[in-house]
Design a protein around this ligand. Structure first.
Ligand SMILES: Cc1cc2nc3c(=O)[nH]c(=O)nc-3n(C[C@H](O)[C@H](O)[C@H](O)COP(=O)(O)OP(=O)(O)OC[C@H]3O[C@@H](n4cnc5c(N)ncnc54)[C@H](O)[C@@H]3O)c2cc1C
Length: 395
């Protein structure tokens, strides 16, 4: 990713300041740079350092979430943009397709419901004949398979590079190692954002600010003194998602998902592939804790102190691999446990705790600031859709 390093000079001004150099912040900065001078600040020394660098890279087709939600609408819009960028040769992606699999008769009604939803949304789909399943994915056990040919995978770094290029083409800037410390709201609506660039403390005056701080979005809202917004949106809950890499010959050639869990806290043990065809299983979903205060009490975990070490997670490495193998055996019964090794993990910034149902993305405007809360999956796919939505709230 080409990044312009910029030494800060005070006093500085910009039209829009975007907080967070994940995929959503980059998409938003690229989009808003059409309206005026845009600066993106990221506290780490690299882009995609947090959740945007720890996911499956799947370009979802907008299948799973309820109608008339931001997750569905922005996923559909964002996926269209990613495939357009792919056609233009600006991002690396692969239309590998996804098979959603019922492994026994009890799962067929849920799979049929998913298929009906795909058809009602105009999402391309087909039932794969079992003879074709046996010849193209011989290791797979399934009683019924629905294909989503529009689902695929994308290299998040190439998508970030495309957004960064669009930002820079409009004279926008990315400032790394620059952390937001707080803000003042000046007369006339200008927001003065206080920053630490590692060497010195400074500030920048912005006509508009967008909080794309991912796991820290609730914290950044508090730093921007927007406690009223925090009272409107649900608290932040952290859910870990661990992957197991599959060593040896790839057992499948496409994305394979079992019928998802009713809670949608995770999509079940599924197989994803990377652009080289290597297979990994996961992510699973385990609850870490509440990361912002709520009526139930104060935060129980700090997103900035969380470990990404699978050995330190519930069950440790071998417990996790045993559990993942149990799930994978549902659809790949002959795959030995020894083929699974611990991979990496990511953390989902969810707005739902263990006893809550579905919660949508919460994208809220307060004054001249837009906050993006709960940008979990399908946030990578939705990034360009989120950017258009933020633009519609501001301009
Ligand atoms: C395990 C897992 C698998 C997933 N798989 C998929 C998938 O296959 N497809 C899909 O569409 N989505 C997927 N997602 C969701 C997707 O990864 C996220 O929705 C997306 O990456 C969120 O991007 P973001 O820019 O909002 O957040 P982040 O990537 O977390 O970026 C936020 C940035 O803000 C910065 N920041 C925070 N506070 C400050 C501050 N005070 N000052 C300056 N900078 C700050 C952070 O350093 C960070 O870099 C997955 C998520 C997980 C956890």
């Amino acid at each position: 990713v080409s990044v312009l390093y910029w030494r800060w000079r005070s006093p500085m001004q910009c039209h829009t300041l975007v907080i967070g150099g994940g995929i959503v912040g980059l998409a938003v900065a690229a989009r808003l740079s059409r309206h005026g001078a845009t600066v993106l600040v990221e506290r780490h020394g690299t882009l995609l350092h947090e959740t945007s660098g720890r996911n499956s890279g799947v370009v979802h087709a907008g299948i799973y979430y309820p109608d008339e939600t931001l997750k569905t609408a922005l996923c559909l819009a964002g996926a269209t943009r990613i495939w357009d960028l792919h056609r233009e040769g600006r991002v690396t992606a692969h239309h590998c397709g996804k098979w959603i699999v019922a492994t026994d008769d009890a799962e067929v009604p849920a799979l049929d419901a998913i298929h009906r939803r795909m058809m009602s949304r105009g999402i391309p789909s087909r039932e794969v004949p079992l003879a074709e399943v046996a010849t193209t994915e011989p290791l797979l056990r399934a009683v019924k398979v629905i294909e989503s040919p529009r689902t695929g995978i994308v290299d998040a770094a190439s998508l970030a590079a495309a957004y960064t290029a669009d930002l820079e083409a409009n004279d926008g800037l990315v400032a790394l190692q620059t952390q937001v410390l707080g803000a003042e709201h000046l007369a006339g609506g200008t927001v003065r954002v206080h920053l630490d660039d590692g060497d010195s403390k400074t500030h920048i005056d912005a006509a508009a600010v967008v909080n794309c701080a991912g796991l820290s979005a609730h914290r950044v809202a508090a730093l921007l003194q927007h406690d009223t917004v925090l009272q409107r949106v649900p608290p932040l809950h952290l859910w870990g998602g661990r992957y197991a890499s599959c060593v040896g010959k790839a057992p499948v050639r496409r994305l394979v998902y079992p019928v998802p869990l009713p809670s949608l806290q995770g999509l079940g043990s599924h197989a994803t592939i990377d652009l080289g065809g290597a297979v990994r299983f996961g992510p699973d979903a385990f609850y870490i804790g509440r990361a912002s205060a709520s009526a139930d009490g104060p935060a129980t975990v700090d997103p900035e102190e969380c470990s990404y070490d699978i050995a330190a997670t519930p069950g440790g490495e071998s417990g996790f691999l045993d559990e993942m193998h149990e799930g994978v055996r549902r659809f790949l019964p002959s795959l030995p446990r020894e083929r699974l090794v611990a991979g990496y993990m990511g953390i989902r910034p969810k707005l739902s705790g263990p006893t809550d149902g579905f919660k949508d993305f919460a994208i809220e405007r307060e004054g001249n600031v837009v906050h993006c809360f709960g940008i979990e999956s399908p946030g990578l796919t939705s990034s360009a859709g989120i950017a258009d939505h933020v633009a519609s709230l501001l301009f």
